[in-house]
Design a protein around this ligand. Structure first.
Ligand SMILES: *Cc1c(COP(=O)(O)O)cnc(C)c1O
Length: 474
């Protein structure tokens, strides 16, 4: 490939690695970044410069690379390379339990306890009463029993693990009856039939997708049946000509045939949302009271705690689960346990739970408060005083998310923006690449911020990001 004179001159003008290495010594911001990261940043910056020059033979506005401009690029690249991959983002989507954005934010009490336990030794597996080895499983058991009304409880790594573990313990090599309407797939490729296969239990679908009757279960029961399974259809709803068997009916059937009944609630919650004007979502307490032998649910969906899988139910079954070797492989770690215990304790007082658990607070916050927040954010954006920026308040709705309350639209008041000559997609990409990244949604060519899921300090972050964006486009 032949290069023109301009290109040859530009290539010659690129500063050498050594020259840059000497120059970066005066860049005090880079003091915190390890030398090998800086060297990599220099190499990558120079490669990019070279490729740019080679790829664009007729670029009139291509400048000869100066030391200062190259140094600026090295600086940026070094910070990018050294940045942590897992970072805080601003959730302006209005989806409270956002599966891609880390589901639930922990309550302050959980964060404090987690910090204390992670910084110090703890009685994780030491019984302080008798001075001998204890069990990590006892740490949240009493609390879970008290809140749910169950005889016994166990927490493991996540709900997928809880389901696997329960099926493996109760129904390995046995047939498990489940309605065709409940063969759920949730995000992250958790599918009931696949988990069932891995557990060694044999899936037996019964009924039809839209209608399953008690007699469908009853006629399918044989000497090989080991479990009746009910799965909460947490992320979809079957509407129209439908019928399903309630948990109490299934329990009654199980009792008659001496078969255990298990319910996977998915997004288990302890609060009756109907009391707060929202649609009914089954509570853990209800499922336990119905007499299910085992109920499983997540710690970080509607519960609002850390990622965990919670199993509550009958003592004999939970004892069997505890002694299953698979439990050791799926066990909960101490940081999760610390956060989970502190979160669960908040549920001893429902008002405290609603006020202090961010997930619950965001779901139950009043429309008045959301409106006030929307006005505040809109005010901050209008104060930027940029002619190119249009700010509107929009009556839209938010979602609980996380495979919870699937059809529920929570009324919300959002802030929508548009910028002259800039598409909503361009705004989306720029905000996504901002530090911290800001994630929202696009509706009718407006970029939408839903205040429901914003933390108190985040409207200011958004205003700063938009200000930065506007000053960089002219
Ligand atoms: C979310 C969900 C699971 C999986 O829970 P994780 O905590 O994500 O492992 C299992 N079953 C149902 C019905 C769910 O909604």
């Amino acid at each position: 490939m032949s290069l023109n004179k301009n290109q040859q001159n530009f290539l010659k003008a690129i500063p050498s690695v050594d020259r840059l290495l000497t120059a970066v010594q005066n860049e005090t911001e880079l003091d915190l970044i390890p030398k090998n990261v800086i060297v990599r940043a220099i190499r990558e910056t120079l490669d990019e410069l070279r490729q740019n020059i080679i790829a664009k033979p007729n670029q009139a506005n291509l400048n000869s690379p100066s030391l200062a401009s190259t140094l600026g690029k090295v600086n940026l690249r070094a910070f990018e390379l050294y940045a942590l991959n897992l970072k805080r983002v601003v959730n302006a989507t209005g989806v409270v339990v956002h599966t891609n954005l880390g589901r639930s934010c922990l309550p302050k009490a959980a964060i404090d306890h987690l910090a204390e336990i992670s910084e110090n030794y703890s009685n994780l597996e030491f019984n302080l009463e008798i001075g001998k080895r204890g069990s990590r499983y006892s740490i949240v058991e009493d609390l879970l029993c008290e809140i749910s009304g169950a005889e016994s409880a166990l927490a493991v790594n996540n709900n997928a693990a809880a389901v696997l573990l329960c099926l493996e313990t109760i129904a390995r090599n046995k047939r498990v009856l489940i309605s065709r309407g409940e063969l759920v797939e949730i995000g992250g490729s958790f599918r009931i039939p696949d988990v069932m296969a891995k557990s060694g239990a044999i899936l037996e679908e019964i009924g039809a997708t839209n209608r399953t009757h008690l007699r469908d279960y009853e006629t399918a029961i044989s000497s090989e049946t080991g479990l009746l399974l009910k799965v909460h259809t947490s992320n979809y709803s079957i509407v129209g000509f439908t019928a399903s068997v309630s948990l109490p009916e299934l329990v009654e059937l199980g009792n008659r045939y001496n078969l255990p009944v298990m319910e996977d609630l998915g997004s288990g919650n302890f609060i009756d949302f109907q009391r707060y004007g929202l649609t009914a979502e089954p509570t853990v307490q209800n499922s336990v009271a119905s007499g299910a032998g085992i109920v499983t649910f997540s710690g970080d969906k509607l519960l609002g705690g850390p990622q965990a899988g919670i199993i509550v139910g009958k003592k004999d079954i939970i004892e069997n689960i505890k002694s299953n070797p698979l439990t050791r492989a799926l066990r909960i770690d101490k940081l999760t346990l610390a956060a989970l215990e502190a979160t669960l304790r908040l549920y001893l007082n429902e008002n405290q739970a609603l006020n202090e658990i961010p997930t619950l607070r965001m779901i139950t916050v009043s429309l008045e408060e959301i409106k006030a927040r929307a006005h505040k954010l809109a005010g901050k954006l209008e104060k930027l005083n940029k002619a190119d920026l249009t700010v509107k308040l929009c009556d839209l709705s938010s979602k609980a998310g996380g495979g919870a309350l699937p059809l529920l639209e929570l009324p919300s008041c959002c802030v929508g923006i548009s910028i002259q000559n800039i598409s909503a997609n361009t705004i989306e990409a720029a905000l996504r690449k901002y530090s911290p990244p800001i994630i929202g949604r696009i509706e009718n060519d407006l970029f939408i911020f839903d205040p429901r899921t914003l933390k108190d300090d985040e409207p200011a972050v958004i205003a700063e990001a938009i200000g930065y964006m506007l000053s960089n486009i002219g």
